[in-house]
Ligand binder design. Structure first.
Ligand SMILES: [Zn+2]
Length: 387
């Protein structure tokens, strides 16, 4: 692997959007990239070649899940996650911290101010948590997180941080920020070979805290940056993008890739990319597919570019899921058939719907990258959002 980690190949003239390439030991990631979530070492229902065929270069696996099921000892037998899953391309793993919070049955989503309860205990060293599956105790701190991510062998790792949920007091957000910064230094001490470690910016919805975190994290020798605890923690929508406006001017002054954690609505992708984000991850296309939501540009912004395939109006409908889509599902099957499969909860539905939705996202990102190269990103954005 050469020393080059990230190269920008085109800048948009009207916005901060940029097209580039992240170089990893398992191939290139073309940016801006959408990163699907393969929580339990699978993008649910798809094979690796099907994921690749959706124009997807990289996906996310959740460290927390891997720690419990199948466990690191099992992954070690296969060398790494790539071998375990037979996925040849780049992979990302998270630090495990976010799941430790969000999976707590009585966790901080129900008790956002204190962020402590009997299933999760956070202290300055890390997080004590109980398995969501069998109640087994587990401690994850910065060292444990990086050691686990080294064994998993992903190409892009996240530093161990303390996530915050909304609403939150400033005092509590500051505490989480201080821990995140302390842990960032510990994460960086671990020697990584051919793995890129991203530092995570915290600070919740507080301007000064976000600025402080962006400055601190950007001055450390991370390979890239990620922006955490804003897109998936129930913050008001305008705050989500304010956080980008506060932090990106600092982060963009370094030539390093920037990931936005947990963003996946189409409008939000356009806004994030226009502000300078290089990659974003979300469960949107895959989870919503399983719930019956099919992405379609014609459904428009007001419907968040999707429709409910289970509706009776689609019974016997002989058209494809989306006019003009060339995915395997649209080439071979009709809305009427998918409607039937969904109503019967047939396994084939989940596969076919996921293939279409992931193609929708993969192809959108490809169009966005091309539009940046051709200097027409704003036209594309306006066409989708206001056309
Ligand atoms: Zn399709």
């Amino acid at each position: 692997m050469s020393n080059q980690i990230f190269k920008v190949t085109s800048y948009d003239k009207k916005t901060n959007a940029r097209r580039g390439i992240i170089f990893t030991n398992h191939g290139l990631i073309q940016t801006p990239a959408f990163v699907p979530v393969g929580t339990a070492a699978t993008v649910k229902s798809l094979t690796p070649s099907e994921i690749k065929d959706c124009n997807i270069d990289v996906f996310f696996v959740n460290t927390y899940h891997m720690l419990f099921r199948p466990g690191l000892e099992v992954i070690k037998k296969y060398k790494n996650l790539h071998e375990f899953m037979n996925w040849k391309g780049p992979l990302m793993t998270d630090s495990g911290g976010f799941q430790a919070f969000s999976l707590g049955e009585h966790g901080p989503r129900n008790n956002p101010i204190s962020q402590t309860d009997h299933l999760i205990q956070i202290n300055d060293e890390g997080i004590n948590c109980k398995s969501a599956w069998d109640g087994k105790n587990l401690f994850i701190g910065p060292q444990e997180s990086i050691k686990a991510q080294k064994i998993l062998g992903a190409d892009i790792l996240m530093s161990f941080d303390e996530c915050t949920f909304y609403p939150i007091t400033k005092k509590r957000a500051l505490k989480a920020l201080e821990r995140t910064h302390k842990w960032a230094r510990i994460c960086l001490k671990q020697r990584l070979i051919n793995q890129l470690l991203y530092g995570i910016v915290q600070g919740s919805v507080f301007h000064d805290l976000r600025m402080q975190s962006a400055k601190f994290i950007s001055e450390l020798p991370f390979a890239g940056f990620a922006i955490g605890s804003v897109a998936n923690s129930k913050e008001p929508r305008e705050k989500v993008f304010q956080v980008l406006d506060w932090t990106l001017p600092i982060l963009l002054s370094y030539l390093k890739p920037i990931h936005f954690l947990g963003i996946g609505e189409i409008e939000d992708i356009f806004i994030s990319v226009s502000k300078g984000i290089d990659s974003l991850d979300c469960v949107t296309p895959t989870r919503l597919a399983r719930m019956g939501w099919i992405f379609n540009k014609e459904a428009g912004l007001k419907n968040k570019f999707r429709y409910d395939i289970g509706r009776s109006e689609y019974i016997g409908n002989k058209t494809s899921l989306e006019k003009g889509c060339k995915c395997f599902t649209c080439n071979n099957f009709t809305k009427g058939y998918l409607n039937h499969l969904f109503r019967c909860r047939e396994l084939l539905y989940y596969r076919l719907a996921t293939i279409h939705n992931l193609n929708f996202f993969g192809n959108l990102m490809k169009k966005i990258r091309q539009s940046i190269s051709e200097g027409i990103f704003t036209d594309l954005k306006d066409n989708w959002l206001y056309g």
